[in-house]
Every structure is written in structure tokens, then in C-alpha cells.
Design a protein around this ligand. Structure first.
Ligand code: GDP
Ligand code: MG
Length: 670
């Protein structure tokens, strides 16, 4: 038996929970709180050869967001044997909107009616039998988090797949929409067959005006004209536009269905509780301060004493391991070059990154709790209006805030955005939020040049990062990212007590990703930088790094930075090594200036900088391209080296221009 089950449903309907129940720990995973962008795959426990694929959470099959296109293309092209459509029973009307569209895909399908535990507690009764009959497909009530009904669901899905039971009814329409769909169906029968698209689906998509489907069908001009005519006619009769007509038709049907199957015995308890909580958390004036307060607490827990202590502790452990290894290597009298590579290169490089693991763990734990409790959609809702003016959607707020900690998880968090446009814009702006790795640079420079105004200068840098991001957002919105953020569907799920197991699983996925990165990309980068720092162009090991290849490269970069006031090869080199990790800027200065220890370093900085050029250097550090780890993440999330290169070029150009302006304006004032 070889079967593929596709799991489809709205965000927050419990897909991931169900997926975990079905597969156990038996899965290839890499998704973040919120929406799954990549499809995850796993084998169903106890059923050999049965594979389940978790598709991205979606609200409909329209072509407006990357996820929806990915999901529908997957079903049409990969032809899974059966769809499990997971429906949140506490939000049944909104969820069935997707179900009706899925049923048009001519694929065997089962509805998993989830969250039945809550329905049970709320006094609501859902007539499952009636629902099955009206929809013409199997409906299995389950509770994914309590692992109830999952067994039955799997059996039902396998049976439906093996017997290839297609949805019995797909014709839910009436009136002018009905006429339009059926006329178009007749017209495009051959084209749909040739293109391998389900006929009914093609027809409804043409009524909606879906350009992607239109293209795939390769229609002739006369046919297009007839379709346009049919649609015009429908719009004229209904006095609404085509998309609204389809939506109305679907909701009408759903309303009737729900009237028939839902017997209310009072509002659901969970829902009433949610409304109460929301009176405070999404209050007109309180919402923002509460949100800021929660973020502050999260940052404090992550980057404050607890996280720092754990990081230092892990860092010390790694250092200890390094010195043990160092001693062991010395005893074996191994080749000194290899010795230096292992100790100065790999241990220092990979170790300095790995020591951030506790921060990442705490951050993702807290975020998972926020996500699981249902608070994140509220934040997005509260921030939506403000961010919309900048061409961003409310959901962008989470990645942007995370950017103050570290760009890597922040860029990954952009996956929660529903459209590619919103996601790209957010990814481009995240690195302008000053990440915590830059704090040592700021601290060192302000100690050197701005002793009296240390806090003020730091604050100015953070604000400058935000302002530059705002300007860039407006610029991007007016140019390559014109168009609007995806409308924010205000469907606030009920608050729930976070379930430890799902919090843990979410967190674990992210931690694993981070560790994997440290041992692949960062591992390679540190080896390259170590090589450049330790050898000259003739591959002789150098005594001091100013004879190294790195220095020769630094000298090449000098003309670029001369107009900014710091045309010194050491400054250029520090910026280059800073690409491995921003903290490396400080350690590079320490090595290149031959500082006896860290405390002596600030006093020696005036060899290279004046207070003005020092500040300009900080501005450049704030804005220029992110470190390799962030870079690799951008590349992965955008899925293309070219796009990532363009982003980096854009950010570095912005950094150069702003630094240039600051330098010249500064020169005029001082
Ligand atoms: P996804 O966005 O579709 O992947 O949804 P998740 O699996 O992340 O679930 C969203 C929330 O619903 C989480 O807090 C789950 O713990 C919760 N949840 C999932 N299934 C059930 C269920 O059957 N009953 C209850 N009460 N909560 C559930
Ligand atoms: Mg999920």
C-alpha cells in the first residue's frame, strides 16, 4: 500500500497538532509558529506506506497569496490520494468556505471536524450525519490535541483513498452564478482536460477572474470574449462584482447548511472567555501598551540576565572544551596549521555562534507560547492599521520586533506572512532593526568617542535604524512592491491554554534548524575567514594579520569607504570580518591595533577614527548587509541567490548613502 494524504485547512485549525498526532516524531519538519510555508512530510504511525503532507494553512484557493497557489498546485499536480480537510468546528462557517473550494478539485476528500472537545463543553450540538449527507463527503469528528477520533479519521481517509470516493455533490450554486459556472463549464471542457485541471474548479476560477487558471487553460480569443460576456451578464444581474458573487454564493450555502446542522445551547464557554480577555488585550487604548509590555518582558527574559547568564555559561563550556582539545592536540603534535584551524577557526567561529543557543531557545519558547495561546493574531490585528500605511501588513510586526534580537529568527518568522510580497518586504526591512550582535560595536565606539553621551548615541542609532526602515518601506511600496498587503482576515481564534507538547515541538524545530546552520554555513564561513586571516597570497602562514590575504582584500575596499571618512584598511577589514558575525568587528580591531586587552582598545581607536568618522562608522555598521547567518537565511527564505544578492546590495547601498549624508552634514555642522 502506497498512499499520500494531503492535510489542508485554515491557519490555526489544528493542522500541525493533527499532523504530529498522525506521525508521532516520525517527520521531516521545518516550520515556524504560524503558517507552514514548506510542506512537511511524515509517515503515518502504524500504517506502512501511508504518507501525510502538511500543506500551508490557507483561507481559500485564490491566487493572491503564495501559500494558496502552492496548496492548490500541489493537489492538482501531485494528485494526493486523499485530502483531509481539517475544519475548526468552533469557527465552522469560515472554515467551510475553504472546504467548498477543495471539493471542486476532483480529489477524494474527508473532513476532519476538529476541536470537538470545545464544542462538547460549550453546549453546542453539531449534527454530523446531516452534515455528511448535505456535503456528500465523510465527516469525522476529532479532537487533535486530545488525540480523540484520530484513529477513525486515518481509517476513513485510507478507505476513501482506496475506493477513490470523490465528493458526491459539487453543485451548490443557484441563480445567475449557477448559470455562469455551467455555461463556462461547457465552453472549456476540452481545454480543462488538455491542461489537466478539474473542470468545475476551472469554471469557478474563471468566474472569479483567476488569471493563473486562465493562462493554464490556453483559451482562444473568442472563448475569452464569450467568458467575459457571461461574467458581465452575471455581474449585471447580481449587481455585484464577480468575486463577491462567488463568495456570496458560497456563504449563502454555508449559512443554510449551518442553520440545519448546528443546534445552539448557548455561546461556547471558550468563546465567551475569549471575548472577555479581548476586552482588555485588544482595547482601543490599552492594546498597544500591553503589547509593548509583553514584548519588553520577552526581550528582558531573552536578552536580559537569564539569557545572558545561560549564554555565558554555554560559552564558557565551549571555551573549556576548546582548551581541552587544544591541550590534546598539542600532545599529539599535529600539524600546527591544522591545529590553528581547529582552535582559532572552528572553535572560535562556530563556538561564538553556538553560545547564542540559549537566547534562541528562550525566545522561541516564549514565542511558541504566544502563538499557541492565540495572542499573535491579536497583535497583528492591533498593529495592522499602523503598518498598512507603510505598505506592510499587521503580521509584519512580529518579525520586525524580533529583528532587535537577531535577524535570523526574525527573517524566519516572516514565514507567518500570508503573501510573498508582504514576506519579501518584511525580510528586506528586518536587518535595519539593530540586532543585539551590534551592541558590542556600539559599546566600544561610544566608550572611545562619546563617553558623556553614551546612552544618547546608542538610542540615536536604534531610532535611525527604524527611520531608515520606514523610509525604505515607503520607497519599496512606491516602486517594486506596489500593490497592497493581503487583506487581514480578522478571524480571532479563541484563547487557549498552551499545550506543552506542541510548544515543545515548535521550539525544537527551530532549535534544530539553528544548530544545523551553525555546523554548516557558519562552519564554512569561519574556515574561509580563518584562511584569509592566516595566509598571504602565496599561501605562506603570516606572522601578523596585516600581511594576510584579508589585509590585501581590505586595502581593495578602502576607496569605497574613503568618501565616508574612514579610508583605512583596518576599518574596511573589520567591516568584512563583521560579515561572519557582527561582534567580529570589535575583535578584528583588537587584533589589528594589537591591543593588549579589551579595556585598552577604546583609547587606541583614535588612531583610525575621529569622533565624527567613528559615528559614521557606527551608522554604516547599523545599516550595512547582515552577517552570513542572516544572509543564508534570507537566501533560504527567498529561495534564490539572485534575490538575496539584490537585497544585500540594496541594504549596503542604503548604508553607504546614509553614512555619506551623515558624514557630509556632520562636516558642515562641526
Ligand atoms: P495550525 O495552525 O492549523 O497548524 O494549528 P495548530 O496545530 O498550531 O493548532 C492551533 C491551536 O489549536 C493550538 O493551540 C492547539 O493546541 C489547539 N488545538 C488543536 N487541536 C485542538 C483540539 O482538538 N482541541 C482544542 N481545544 N485545541 C486544539
Ligand atoms: Mg501549523
Amino acid at each position: 500500500m502506497n498512499l499520500t494524504i494531503a492535510l489542508v485547512g485554515n491557519p490555526n485549525s489544528g493542522k500541525t497538532t493533527l499532523f504530529n498526532q498522525m506521525t508521532g516524531s516520525n517527520q521531516k519538519v521545518s516550520n515556524l509558529p504560524g503558517v507552514t510555508i514548506e510542506s512537511k512530510e511524515g509517515l503515518v504511525k502504524g500504517h506502512k506506506g501511508v504518507k501525510v503532507v502538511d500543506l500551508p494553512g490557507i483561507y481559500s484557493l485564490s491566487p493572491y497569496s503564495a501559500e494558496e497557489v502552492v496548496a492548490r498546485d500541489y493537489i492538482i499536480n501531485q494528485k494526493p490520494d486523499v485530502i483531509i480537510n481539517i475544519v475548526d468546528a468552533t469557527n465552522i462557517e469560515r472554515n467551510l468556505y475553504l472546504s467548498l473550494q477543495l471539493m471542486e478539485l476532483k480529489t477524494p476528500m474527508v473532513i476532519a471536524l476538529n476541536m470537538m472537545d470545545e464544542i462538547r463543553n460549550s453546549g453546542v450540538f453539531i449534527d454530523i450525519q446531516q452534515m455528511k449527507e448535505t456535503l456528500g463527503i465523510p465527516v469525522v469528528p476529532i479532537s487533535a490535541s486530545k488525540n480523540e477520533g484520530v484513529h477513525d479519521l486515518i481509517h476513513c481517509a485510507i478507505e476513501t483513498a482506496q475506493k477513490r470516493l470523490l465528493p458526491k455533490k459539487i453543485d451548490f450554486c443557484t441563480g445567475p452564478v449557477h448559470n455562469a459556472i455551467h455555461s463556462i463549464s461547457h465552453l472549456i471542457e476540452n481545454e480543462a482536460k488538455a491542461a489537466g485541471l478539474p473542470l468545475r474548479y476551472s469554471a469557478t476560477k474563471l468566474v472569479e477572474g483567476d488569471d493563473l487558471v486562465m493562462e493554464t487553460l490556453k483559451l482562444e480569443e473568442p472563448e475569452k470574449d464569450i467568458i467575459q460576456h457571461i461574467v458581465d451578464d452575471m455581474e449585471f444581474h447580481l449587481e455585484t462584482d464577480r468575486e463577491a458573487a462567488m463568495a456570496d454564493m458560497r456563504y449563502c450555502f454555508i449559512e443554510e447548511l449551518c442553520d440545519r446542522i448546528i443546534k445552539k445551547g448557548g455561546e461556547s464557554k471558550a468563546h465567551l472567555r475569549s471575548i472577555k480577555i479581548d476586552e482588555i488585550l485588544t482595547h482601543k487604548y490599552l492594546a498597544l501598551p500591553i503589547f509593548l509590555g509583553i514584548m519588553l518582558v520577552i526581550f528582558w527574559l531573552t536578552f536580559g540576565p537569564l539569557g545572558t547568564w545561560l549564554s555565558d555559561f554555554l560559552g564558557a563550556g565551549i571555551d573549556h572544551l576548546a582548551s581541552i582539545t587544544d591541550a590534546a592536540l598539542s600532545r599529539t603534535n599535529i600539524n600546527p596549521v591544522l591545529h590553528s584551524l581547529i582552535i582559532d577557526g572552528i572553535f572560535v567561529g562556530v563556538g561564538s555562534v553556538l553560545s547564542f543557543l540559549p537566547l534562541i531557545t528562550i525566545l522561541f519558547f516564549l514565542l511558541s507560547v504566544m502563538e499557541d495561546s492565540g495572542y499573535i493574531p491579536r497583535v497583528a490585528f492591533v498593529m495592522d492599521k499602523l503598518l498598512r500605511r507603510l505598505g506592510l501588513s499587521g503580521r509584519s510586526i512580529v518579525p520586525l520586533l524580533l529583528g532587535f534580537g537577531c535577524s535570523v529568527p526574525a527573517i524566519m518568522a516572516a514565514r507567518t506572512l500570508p503573501s510573498r510580497r508582504d514576506r519579501y518586504m518584511t525580510i528586506i526591512l528586518v536587518p535595519f532593526m539593530s540586532c543585539s550582535a551590534k551592541i558590542p560595536i556600539y559599546a566600544m565606539f561610544t566608550a572611545a568617542f562619546f563617553k558623556e553621551h553614551q546612552a544618547l548615541v546608542m538610542f540615536a542609532l536604534y531610532i535611525m535604524g527604524i527611520l531608515v526602515a520606514v523610509c525604505c518601506a515607503l520607497l519599496l511600496k512606491g516602486t517594486i512592491f506596489s500593490g497592497n498587503p493581503v487583506p487581514f482576515v480578522m478571524e480571532l481564534p479563541n484563547y487557549r491554554m498552551p499545550v506543552l507538547k506542541s510548544v515543545w515541538l515548535r521550539m525544537w524545530e527551530n532549535i534544530l534548524g539553528f544548530i544545523r546552520r551553525a555546523f554548516t554555513i557558519i562552519f564554512l564561513a569561519t574556515i574561509v575567514i580563518w584562511l584569509l586571516q592566516s595566509f598571504d597570497a602565496g599561501f605562506n602562514m603570516v606572522e601578523s594579520s596585516d600581511q594576510s590575504m584579508l589585509a590585501s582584500i581590505g586595502i581593495l575596499a578602502v576607496p569605497i569607504f574613503a568618501p565616508l571618512g574612514f579610508g583605512d584598511w583596518r576599518a574596511a577589514t573589520a567591516l568584512i570580518t563583521g560579515l561572519s558575525a557582527k561582534e567580529a568587528v570589535v575583535s578584528t580591531f583588537a587584533i589589528l591595533l594589537d591591543a593588549p586587552n579589551a579595556t585598552a582598545l577604546p583609547a587606541m581607536m583614535s588612531e583610525i577614527f575621529t569622533p565624527l568618522t567613528g559615528f559614521v562608522f557606527l551608522v554604516f555598521c547599523l545599516l550595512y548587509m547582515p552577517c552570513v547567518a542572516a544572509l543564508a537565511t534570507i537566501r533560504k527564505e527567498m529561495g534564490s541567490t539572485w534575490k538575496a544578492s539584490a537585497v544585500v546590495l540594496f541594504q549596503t547601498s542604503v548604508a553607504w548613502i546614509v553614512a555619506f549624508l551623515v558624514y557630509n552634514i556632520g562636516k558642515m555642522i562641526l
